[in-house]
Design a binder for this molecule. Structure first.
Ligand code: SF4
Length: 372
């Protein structure tokens, strides 16, 4: 494909190309943008991606309050600092009251989305989680609850949805089977992870997937597989962030410190899925002091400041040197809001649904019919 990005027409050609290309063609275009493209082309790419984002979301950057409520995990993903095999990890769990207290603090600050994230912790049964979700929805009925709890059964996802959960984040991490095997132990399967995502969508969640950028063994071919999977799944959100190693993993010395490739991929994802919600992740801000600002300028439109109790933040250590570990929730909130404004964007504290949900639910009344 001859890459022209001079106007909106060229932009829609790139969207069509990404949606029709075979794996080899995707791999080539990814190599072009990530390895060979000149600065002027990359500037045009980001510019056109911003125009697409503005068409659907304006210059709004949506806020989500992140509550990391358990650092226990039954899994052993090779790259993860809180995997069960890391005996240096400090484990904690928040009680129902502590979780609700985080939401209360967040709500007073202005948050209208709470993201409940944990390792795969069997202590949190369906019953316990449904009770927590429903308590949040009762106390804050104008807020959305996003869950990020890993792989669960279809029935469990269904029960949590019925309890009021609105969205679910589950990064697929890599859509290439061989690559997946190099990052995960044999008891985990890519097939099950993908099935979980399809189950979540079918139930009626707004679904977020995503992958690590520059993870060990990643190639242009594996990235092409990621794009193919995302265009099949059509998620509402896509979370990507640079791979940052954790000292207690076998990838401790694997380091490619760069925000550049994540930023380029954010723009390309905007072309692939024009209406998607794309976070400028904390990992992007960790690897580059102005990484999140670069992300916004590449069309990212979500941030997830931390609402977790300050005394536990360091213990939810998926990777090393994570930023914002010592700041109170209010400090984090005001800091990132100020940075967004300084970069020329508009902090937005509404629920911030996906564009199609906003169209159908101007007064929050809409909830998609679930397929039982
Ligand atoms: S990546 Fe998720 S599932 Fe895997 S060990 Fe870490 S917390 Fe557990």
């Amino acid at each position: 494909m001859r890459i022209q990005l001079n106007d909106a027409n060229d932009a829609s050609e790139l969207t069509n190309f990404l949606n029709d290309a075979c794996k080899r063609e995707l791999s080539e275009i990814l190599r072009f943008f990530l390895q060979n493209a000149q600065t002027e082309i990359l500037s045009l790419l980001a510019c056109r991606a911003e125009e697409i984002r503005e068409k659907y979301y304006g210059r709004k950057i949506y806020f989500r309050g992140l509550i990391e409520f358990s650092s226990f995990c039954k899994n052993n993903c090779y790259y993860c600092g809180i995997r069960r095999g890391n005996f240096n990890a400090r484990r904690y769990r928040l009680s129902d009251e502590e979780i609700l207290n985080c939401c209360t603090i967040g709500y007073r600050l202005g948050y209208r989305t709470f993201v409940l994230q944990s390792g795969e912790d069997v202590y949190y049964t369906d019953e316990r989680l449904c009770r927590i979700v429903s308590a949040i929805k009762t106390s804050f009925p104008d807020s959305a609850v996003t869950l990020s709890l890993g792989e669960r059964s279809r029935d469990s996802y269904r029960r949590l949805f019925d309890a009021g959960a609105d969205r679910y984040l589950l990064r697929h991490e890599t859509a290439d089977e061989t690559h997946y095997r190099k990052l995960h132990p044999p008891e985990l399967s890519l097939e099950n992870r993908m099935q979980c995502l399809y189950n979540l969508k079918e139930i009626g969640y707004q679904v977020g997937s995503g992958f690590m950028v520059d993870s060990p063994y990643q190639t242009y071919d594996t990235l092409a597989e990621d794009f193919i999977f995302l265009r099949d799944l059509q998620p509402h959100m896509v979370g990507i962030g640079p791979f940052i190693p954790h000292k207690d993993t076998k990838f401790a010395n694997y380091y490619k410190p760069s925000s550049r490739r994540t930023v380029i991929l954010l723009s390309l994802l905007r072309f692939l899925l024009p209406k998607s919600l794309l976070p400028a992740t904390t990992a992007l801000g960790t690897i580059d002091p102005i990484g999140r600002e670069k992300g916004f300028k590449a069309s990212a439109n979500v941030v997830m400041p931390n609402l977790s109790p300050i005394e536990h933040r360091r213990d939810y250590s998926l990777y090393d040197n994570k930023i914002c570990m010592g700041e109170e929730s209010a400090e984090c909130f005001h800091c990132i809001a100020g940075r967004i404004q300084a970069a020329g964007f508009v902090p937005d504290f509404s629920k911030g649904d996906h564009f199609d949900w906003q169209m159908e639910a101007p007064n929050d009344a809409f909830r998609p019919t679930a397929n039982k």
